[in-house]
Design a protein around this ligand. Structure first.
Ligand SMILES: [Zn+2]
Ligand SMILES: [Zn+2]
Length: 284
């Protein structure tokens, strides 16, 4: 077998949004082209999966609009895999919002589509209806309280999602750092909350995402940062994925190579890939 045929995928992007997400601009075809240009071995689409809140829902809640049309989406990815699958691995995933109203709506959807997804990220984007990357969220609370409130809501969402086996990794766990007025995050102040989060993730057999969009946003480091990722590793965390959170083809794969060094620095010797929602480990 030639070295190229036996080469495991190492340069990957496991968090990309296409026009199947309302806030993204590039088509799936444009994303695959960009991934190939950047020399990626694998790209996984992770379209937003959000549900409208039921009547009487008590919080204003983050509602980007429509539920991902899974049938249409999965067919589009399957067609792309058929056309380009010999050039790189192409996965069909989703990014499930961990806001409470999303989890209320999830069960029937999962029943129908569970076997067809390769990978599901669980992510929290808002607290009490406000996006946590905005100064409108972080400023009134101040950094420590803004971080704590987000992490508490995240732990609650992760516990529910774990019970439903709804996701494989948890995404951008310190997204509040993206607020331009947040400043440096001090993980030590949130140690108890982070430990509870990681214990929940590890006990449920889930993993953690290293989201490289932070390199190109105000924190200039991934979500999570090195100290936080080291804590997860020390607690026994083994599953770690790498994704750019691209909403346009221009940023696909950005930071993936740096992220390999970053997770090595945190003590990992393996990165995790998924197909059919089953993990496999690649030495890095
Ligand atoms: Zn997200
Ligand atoms: Zn995303």
């Amino acid at each position: 077998m030639s070295p190229s045929a036996s080469r495991a995928p190492v340069l990957v992007d496991y968090h990309v949004h296409s026009t199947f997400s309302e806030d993204a601009r590039s088509t799936p075809e444009e994303i695959v082209e960009a991934a190939l240009r950047r020399g990626l071995d694998a790209v996984v689409f992770t379209e937003h999966l959000e549900f409208p809140p039921p009547p009487g829902w008590k919080e204003p809640a983050y509602v980007p609009g429509r539920v991902l049309p899974a049938g249409e989406y999965l067919s589009a990815v399957a067609a792309l895999r058929e056309a380009r699958g010999t050039e790189l691995e192409i996965g069909a995933g989703a990014e499930l919002g961990l806001e409470g109203h999303n989890l209320e709506g999830l069960d029937p959807y999962l029943e129908r589509f569970r076997p067809d997804f390769d990978f599901v990220i669980g992510s929290l984007h808002s607290v009490n209806g406000t996006l946590v990357q905005l100064p409108e969220y972080t400023d009134p609370h101040g950094p420590a309280a803004a971080a704590r409130l987000y992490l508490e809501k995240l732990v609650a969402g992760v516990k529910k999602a774990a019970a439903m086996k709804a996701c494989d990794v948890i995404g951008h766990i310190d997204l509040f750092k993206r607020s331009p007025t947040f400043g440096p995050f001090r993980p030590d102040d949130q140690r108890d909350c982070l430990e509870e989060l990681f214990r929940t993730i590890i006990d449920a057999g889930m993993g953690l995402e290293v989201n490289t969009s932070g390199y190109r946003q105000p924190p200039r480091e991934p979500y999570p940062g090195l100290e936080t990722l080291r804590l997860y590793r020390r607690m026994g965390g083994e599953i770690v994925t790498i994704g750019s959170d691209s909403h346009t083809a221009q940023t696909v794969g950005l930071g993936s190579a740096e992220a390999l060094d970053f997770i090595r620095a945190a003590g990992f010797r393996y990165m995790t890939l998924f197909s059919g929602r089953r993990p496999r480990f690649v030495r890095i």
